[in-house]
Write a protein that binds this ligand. Structure first.
Ligand SMILES: [Zn+2]
Length: 299
């Protein structure tokens, strides 16, 4: 019997083995996914330490960090990204109908979203751990991105919005980040977190092959329930669950790439992606990835 660590959200030790999956995109190493029976968070075991995880990001086509437009997957990714960037920016602006604001984007990659907000006139601070991505952001947009370790030095009550687009699942210091979000946000500030959802149809269909497990880079695997508990633990609450419609298709296509089923795999991915979205039409909390809009509890 494997001795698993307690839940990183609620410290519960009542946990169960869910499945074994692999780092399909790089090392092929196997990792366990375990479930906290209390808050429903799933997490990867074992996880490399912060100092040792670098090797698992050491591949040239880690897609969110590249701007190379070759290969079908990359073409689809970049086309959809242009569309979703505008959607994200408009969505954020909808919370601030009459003004611009100050935004902190964490894990900016090569800066596409941060630049979109800057172009809208927002005051943008972007943070990213990867040095080559920061350089790329400067080359592409003239955007200066700061190293991620500046995060804990930022002053109190300084942001209207904090965004983490598919970033929180990579962060080692989960609770410390939330404590600091609380201090950084203005009273009516919005914390916007997008993460994959293991309760989605595509996750349940593909099981251990589901590309969004992405071990060991994804340390945690969230469900709407787990996110709710995490927020409550830090005196915050979720005010909106917003679906990310393209993610079911994207993740299904990536999964089929690992399965190597060729054209049949591509067709199956389209069907799984569409079914996943149909399920999510009935229940928003079932989308492949969910955008959570989170606010501090009022005092
Ligand atoms: Zn838990």
């Amino acid at each position: 019997m494997q001795n698993y660590p307690s839940c990183p959200i609620c410290n519960n030790t009542n946990i169960e083995f869910v499945l074994k999956t692999n780092d399909f995109s790089l090392t092929k190493e196997a990792f366990d996914i375990i479930l906290c029976s209390n808050c429903c968070l799933q997490y990867t075991y074992p996880v490399p330490t912060k100092d040792n995880i670098g090797v698992y990001y050491n591949f040239s086509d880690y897609i969110s960090h590249t701007d190379i437009k070759k290969g079908l997957m990359n073409k689809v990714y970049h086309f959809v990204r242009q569309f979703t960037l505008k959607q994200k920016a408009n969505f954020i602006q909808s919370y601030f109908p009459n003004r611009l604001g100050k935004i902190l984007d964490i894990g900016s990659g090569t800066g596409a979203f941060a630049n979109t907000m800057k172009m809208k006139g927002w005051d943008v601070l972007a943070l990213e751990p990867d040095e080559s991505s920061r350089k790329k952001a400067y080359e592409n947009y003239g955007l200066t991105i700061e190293p991620i370790d500046h995060f804990f030095q930022l002053p109190h009550n300084s942001f209207d919005v904090i965004t983490l687009w598919h970033v929180l699942e990579h962060v080692h210091e989960l609770n410390d980040y939330f404590i600091h979000f609380n201090s950084l946000l203005n009273e009516d500030g919005k914390l916007i977190i997008a993460v994959p959802n293991y309760t989605s149809f595509d996750a349940n269909y593909y099981k251990h092959m589901w590309a969004a497990y992405d071990v060991p880079r994804h340390l945690y695997h969230f469900s709407p329930q787990a996110m709710k508990v995490l927020c409550e633990r830090h005196n915050m609450h979720i005010i909106k669950y917003k679906p990310m419609w393209f993610d079911s298709l994207y993740v299904s296509l990536l999964t089929e790439k690992y399965i190597k089923w060729g054209i049949f795999g591509t067709l199956r991915a389209l069907i799984v992606g569409i079914v996943s979205n149909l399920v999510a039409l009935i229940d928003t909390k079932k989308t492949s990835s969910v955008i959570y809009v989170i606010q501090k509890n009022s005092h």
